[in-house]
Design a protein around this ligand. Sequence first.
Ligand SMILES: [Zn+2]
Length: 163
Amino acid sequence: MLCCKFLTDRMLGTLTKYLRFMGYDTLSADIVVPGNSREDTVLLKIAEGEGRILLTRDRELAERGEDIGAVHIKSDDIFSQLRQIIGEGLISGDLKVRMERCTICNSLLRPAHPEEIEGADYAPSGRGNLKFCWCPRCRRLYWSGTHLTNLEKKIKEGLSCRM
Ligand SMILES: [Zn+2]
């Protein structure tokens, strides 16, 4: 279902987070050491090597990556960006928030162990039916709940009200 993998440039931080929230495998240019004068070339190589679609605000970079399917993101507005990549068939229009990937590092989350939940002082106290996941790389706890449904609502409303 989530067939596309992405690589995003440094201008697309919010889009990167949103794609990860929706479960898309999304690497960010922040894995490249800052100040590398050949960053564009490095990004094109990673995109090609890993079969990732390069999303960039830089028209020139998108043109250089035309052969490997790089996409020039036209707007700075997050909802216009989402609308563009839905329009190009790169992500599904259902915009479901999935809690499958770490929004910080892109790692796949796994179910949290009880001691990991206990050890996170930022975990909600009323645990009820919440589902807890863990990022093994960041050692960060994620949980289901209204913040995720609210985010999904915000994305959907943002898209529909600016059509
Ligand atoms: Zn992480």
